[in-house]
Design a protein around this ligand. Structure first.
Ligand SMILES: [Ca+2]
Ligand SMILES: [Ca+2]
Length: 460
């Protein structure tokens, strides 16, 4: 499916992914994860339209998705409930170029949820399902300022990097999870590129136009990649600041000042063998607590030289949890600004990269040039028994501070099939089932959860 269409694909996705494609063969271009958010190629029919001294590019992306959910909803695991609804989304892109280096880009996005049992009041913060014709992006970009290696991008913008695990747009959700009001400087040379930016995430509110920033956190980010290596290597620093003593730690209230440092590496070692590794360390202050948290992910994939090109992958993801609820150490990893609603932690979105161990097996097939199939199995446990099961919104869902309920969260199986007959349209269908483990059974209602979706997308 094409999410951000012509110019956005060209300038954000492709710029960051082209290093991967150039240096690592077909790794990213091949979409080995069969993610829910592949960047499809786009038509160029409505591009380069002269408007006075300017040139205009138009794009659109239409998406319809029917979902049935039993035992969970978009917020959390919720045994005993069922829901079904139709999600509609339209995104319109307007790109006005002054010259090859300067442009203004505006993206309008309209999202509705028809028939759901959830109402606006069920979302105290950002609404992930509904928002009426809001301006999701609106920025000015100036590349190669004065013939230099420096680019500037200011305004409301989507920012994502690498495999989206650490910085993700979260566009599987109907309104999109991460857009930013940000000012970004980029230095791009033949040896390396670096983005330095400051920004705040946008909150999606159907009753507000335009949407506003969250008051906190403010993000300070330096994210870069080294070129000319036989693999893709990204290195980053991400600071989060939240003032006014609104952060409540186990030792008392205070500001949030967190520092995340890490890297992501991807390599296509052979035509049949690929690796991924990400590692993040976090330090700083969480209220009156000291942050000491870690996140890691590594995957090995083997593509067999058989019909349908089967790729088998094993994957392990770890997000540290808090060992002791009274020691003044904040041990729960917060996932940086990572994609929560793509298929990293299961398609039902019951889990997030905090206090989690995720043991995953994947089987991906390409039955034809236009079709993809994925079968994935996750076994989830808590990292620390005394810390909580966190939702994708980092809310505490269940916690046994004694640790006596164990760590076993359960198994999840996901199946997805997609068909993209041409560049514009795509049909995707998927199913997932969650089998609760001992921790879930001991801490409350524990019926299995099941979900299905059928999605049609068209982009130009
Ligand atoms: Ca709005
Ligand atoms: Ca602690």
């Amino acid at each position: 499916m094409n999410l951000l269409l012509t110019m956005l694909s060209r300038f954000l996705w492709v710029i960051s992914l082209q290093f991967l494609c150039l240096s690592s063969g077909a790794l990213a271009c091949d979409d080995p994860q069969l993610g829910k958010e592949p960047a499809a190629p786009t038509k160029k029919k409505y591009q380069d339209v002269p408007v006075g001294p300017f040139h205009l590019d138009l794009g659109a992306n239409l998406r319809l998705r029917h979902e049935y959910q039993a035992g969970f909803d978009v917020r959390r695991y919720e045994p005993g409930t069922t829901d079904q609804f139709l999600l509609t989304r339209i995104m319109l892109d307007i790109n006005l170029r002054f010259d090859p280096d300067r442009r203004v880009f505006v993206q309008f996005r309209d999202a509705h949820a028809l028939g759901t049992r959830l109402e606006r009041k069920d979302f105290s913060k950002s609404n992930p399902m509904e928002d009426l014709w809001d301006m999701r992006q609106a920025y000015f970009e100036w590349e190669k300022i004065g013939g230099s290696h420096l680019d500037l991008k200011v305004g409301r913008q989507q920012i994502s990097y690498g495999d989206q695990r650490i910085f993700g747009p979260g566009l599987w959700g109907n309104t999109g999870r991460y857009a930013w009001d940000a000012a970004m400087l980029r230095i791009d040379t033949s040896r390396a590129w670096v983005d330095a930016w400051i920004g705040r995430p946008i909150e999606n509110r159907p009753e507000l136009w335009p949407n506003r920033e969250f008051k906190a956190p403010t993000a300070f980010v330096v994210y870069g990649g080294i070129k000319q290596l036989p693999f893709r290597l990204d290195i980053f620093y991400a600071g989060k600041y939240g003032g006014k003593a609104r952060t409540i730690g186990e030792s008392g209230k205070g500001d949030l000042r967190s520092h995340s440092i890490g890297f992501q590496l991807q390599k296509q070692a052979r035509q049949w063998l690929d690796f991924t590794a990400s590692l993040v360390g976090q330090t700083g202050r969480y209220g009156k607590d000291t942050i000491r948290a870690f996140g890691a992910n590594s995957a090995v994939g083997v593509t067999l030289p058989l019909k349908w090109r089967p790729r088998l992958a094993g994957q392990y993801t770890w997000g540290s949890g808090d060992r002791n609820p009274a020691d003044g150490i904040h041990g729960a990893f917060d996932g940086v600004f990572g994609g929560a609603d793509i298929n990293f932690y299961g398609d039902l979105n019951l889990f997030f990269w905090a206090n989690l161990r995720d043991y995953e097996w994947d089987l991906h097939l390409n039955p034809g040039r236009t079709t993809k199939f994925a079968l994935e199995h996750h076994y989830f446990t808590l990292d620390q028994a005394r810390d909580a099961w966190y939702t994708t919104g980092l809310a505490i869902l269940r916690r046994d501070a004694t640790g006596l309920s164990g760590k076993a969260l359960g198994h999840e199986i996901n199946v997805r099939f997609s068909w993209q007959p041409a560049k514009g349209p795509e049909i995707m269908i998927g199913w997932g089932h969650f089998f609760p483990g001992d921790f879930v059974r001991t801490t409350g209602a524990a019926r299995s959860a099941s979900g299905y979706f059928l999605q049609a997308t068209y982009g130009f």
